[in-house]
Design a protein around this ligand. Structure first.
Ligand code: PLP
Length: 466
C-alpha cells in the first residue's frame, strides 16, 4: 500500500482529469498484455465516453472506434435500450446461482441462439467470455470421450495464426507470433498445423494447390498421430487476431469432412465472427457452409455491454452422453456467473437490435467497406488489404514483391495507430498490421471518413520511415 499513501482516494463519477485517471492506473492497475518492463506502470489512452461508432478520449478528442472495442461493440455505444434492460433485469433479479436454480432470460436466450445455430446444435452453456467458452468446449470434449471410454482421444488440433483466449488451455492453442514466447502452455495436449493464410502461401503456389496442401497436412497429421488420439479441432472461421486471415474457399468444408470421418469434434470458434460481424448471427454455415459439433461465441452476443460468452453443443453429442453406460458421470464444470440473468437479458435485447435491421445493414454496407479499404493497396507500404463482412486487415510489408515483413522495431502498427489517433480514428495495431472492425451501424459516409484517416495515417508513417 506504500504507493497508495500519497494518492487521493477517488470514486467513480468524481471529476478526475484524464491525467489523474491515467496516473491512478499506472500506480494500481495491471493492464492486459503488458511487457515485463511496463507491467503495473503503463500509461494507456483513457477513453471517457462512447456514442454510436465514436468514442471520446481523456482529452475530449472524438475518435471513430475502428476496432469496435475488441470486435465487440457491434450495435454501437450508448444504446439506451440496452442500458435500460440491464437496469430492469438487475432490479428484478440481479443474480441466481446456476448450480441448482435457473432464470428465465437464460432459457429464452438459449432457445433464440439455438434457433440461429446450424445443424443439430441445440443447447447452450453460458460462460463469462470467449476464453471460458473455448475452455468449456475443450473440457466438454474430454468429458465426452471419457464417458465413451475413449480416454486416449484427447489431443487438440489448432493452427498457426490462431487466437483462442487467455486461460491456460485456450491459450495453449494460440499460434500467433510472440503469444507463447514467454508463457507456458499445455503443449502435450496440442498439435499445431499451418495457418490457412493465402497471402503467406509459398511463392508461386496457386490458391488451389495451397488449399490441397493444407488439407493434405491435416489428413497426414490425423494418420500419423491416429484418430483414436485426437479429440477435437478448434478453428476460427476467419483467424481474427492473427490478422483477419480469410481461408481459401472450400478449405473449411474439407476439414469439417475429415473431422466427421474420424470422430474428431469440430469446434468453430465464433467469438469474433458471430452476432453480425459477417452479417449473420453465425458465420459457420451461412458464410462458410459448415455445421460444427460445437460453436463458441462471446463479444457481440451482448455487443460488449456485459461479459457473456458460451458454447452451443450438438444434440447428438448430448444424447450420446445421456444414453451412455455412465449416466451419473459428472461434467464437473460450471462458473459462478454461468447464465447470468443481466447478461442474458441484455443479449436478448441486443439480438432484437441485430435482427431488427443491423444484420441487414451490415450485409449491405460490407462490400463498400471492403472496396474502400482495398484502395489503400495503392500505398507502397501496404502489402495486402483483406477481409470479409465488416472485418478487415491492412498488412504492411518491407517490400511488396517479396512480401518481406517489416522489422518489428519499426513499430509500423503503433506508428499508424498514433497518427490515426491524432486524426480522429482508433485502430487496432497488430505488429505490422492494422485491423478494422467498426460497429456494424457504420454508414458509407463514416466509412469514407475512416478510410481517409487511415490513408493519411499510413502516408505519415511512410514519411517517418524514410
Ligand atoms: N476466441 C477468439 C477467436 C477471440 O478472438 C478471443 C478474444 O479476442 C477469444 C477467443 C477470447 O475471448 P475473451 O477475451 O472474451 O476471453
Amino acid at each position: 500500500m506504500a504507493a497508495a499513501q500519497d494518492m487521493m482516494t477517488a470514486t467513480v463519477g468524481e471529476a478526475l482529469s484524464g491525467e489523474e485517471a491515467v496516473e491512478l492506473a499506472k500506480r494500481h492497475l495491471v493492464q492486459p498484455w503488458p511487457t515485463a518492463g511496463e507491467i503495473g506502470a503503463e500509461a494507456r489512452s483513457l477513453i471517457g465516453e462512447g456514442e454510436g461508432i465514436y468514442i471520446t478520449d481523456g482529452s475530449g478528442k472524438k475518435l471513430i472506434d475502428g476496432p469496435a472495442g475488441m470486435w465487440c461493440t457491434n450495435v454501437g455505444h450508448r444504446r439506451e435500450e440496452l442500458a435500460r434492460v440491464m437496469y430492469d433485469q438487475a432490479m428484478q433479479l440481479s443474480y441466481n446461482t446456476p448450480w441448482y436454480t435457473m432464470n428465465e432470460a437464460s432459457a429464452v436466450l438459449a432457445e433464440r441462439i439455438a434457433g440461429h445455430a446450424p445443424g443439430d446444435l441445440s443447447h447452450v452453456f453460458f460462460t463469462t467470455g470467449g476464453s471460458s467458452a473455448v475452455e468449456s468446449a475443450l473440457r466438454f470434449m474430454q468429458f465426452y470421450n471419457n464417458v465413451r471410454g475413449r480416454t486416449e482421444k484427447k489431443l487438440i488440433l489448432s493452427r498457426g495464426g490462431a487466437y483462442h483466449g487467455s486461460t491456460y488451455l485456450s491459450a495453449s492453442l494460440n499460434g500467433r507470433p510472440r503469444d507463447r514466447d514467454w508463457m507456458d502452455g499445455a503443449d502435450d495436449l496440442v498439435v499445431k498445423l499451418s495457418s490457412p493464410d493465402p497471402f503467406r502461401r509459398p511463392a508461386g503456389m496457386s490458391i488451389a494447390a495451397f488449399t490441397d496442401s493444407l488439407v493434405a497436412e491435416f489428413e497426414e497429421t490425423v494418420k500419423r498421430i491416429g484418430a483414436d488420439k485426437i479429440g477435437a479441432f478448434v478453428g476460427e472461421p476467419v483467424q481474427a487476431s492473427g490478422g483477419v486471415i480469410v481461408p481459401p474457399e472450400n478449405y473449411l468444408p474439407r476439414i469439417r469432412k475429415i473431422c466427421r470421418d474420424n470422430d474428431i469434434l469440430y469446434v468453430s470458434d465464433e467469438v469474433v465472427t458471430a452476432f453480425g460481424r459477417l452479417g449473420h448471427v453465425f458465420a459457420s454455415e451461412d458464410v462458410f457452409g459448415i455445421d460444427p459439433d460445437i460453436i463458441t461465441f462471446a463479444k457481440g452476443v451482448t455487443s460488449g455491454y456485459f461479459p457473456l460468452g458460451g458454447m452451443i453443443v450438438s444434440e447428438r453429442l448430448l444424447q450420446e452422453l445421456r444414453r451412455s453406460n455412465h449416466p451419473s458421470a459428472m461434467y464437473a464444470h460450471g462458473l459462478t456467473y454461468s447464465s447470468h440473468p443481466v447478461g442474458c437479458a441484455v443479449a436478448l435485447k441486443n439480438l432484437d437490435l441485430l435482427e431488427g435491421g443491423i444484420l441487414a445493414h451490415a450485409r449491405a454496407v460490407a462490400p463498400y467497406f471492403q472496396a474502400q479499404l482495398k484502395t489503400l493497396e495503392e500505398l507502397p507500404l501496404v502489402g495486402e488489404v483483406r477481409g470479409v463482412g465488416l472485418m478487415a486487415c491492412v498488412e504492411c510489408v518491407a517490400d511488396r514483391d517479396s512480401k518481406n515483413p517489416l522489422e518489428l522495431d519499426r513499430n509500423v502498427g503503433m506508428r499508424i495507430d498514433a497518427h490515426c489517433h491524432e486524426l480522429g480514428l482508433l485502430v487496432r495495431p497488430l505488429i505490422n498490421m492494422c485491423v478494422m472492425s467498426p460497429p456494424l451501424t457504420i454508414t458509407k459516409e463514416q466509412i469514407d471518413d475512416m478510410v481517409g484517416i487511415l490513408r493519411e495515417g499510413i502516408s505519415r508513417t511512410m514519411e517517418d520511415l524514410r
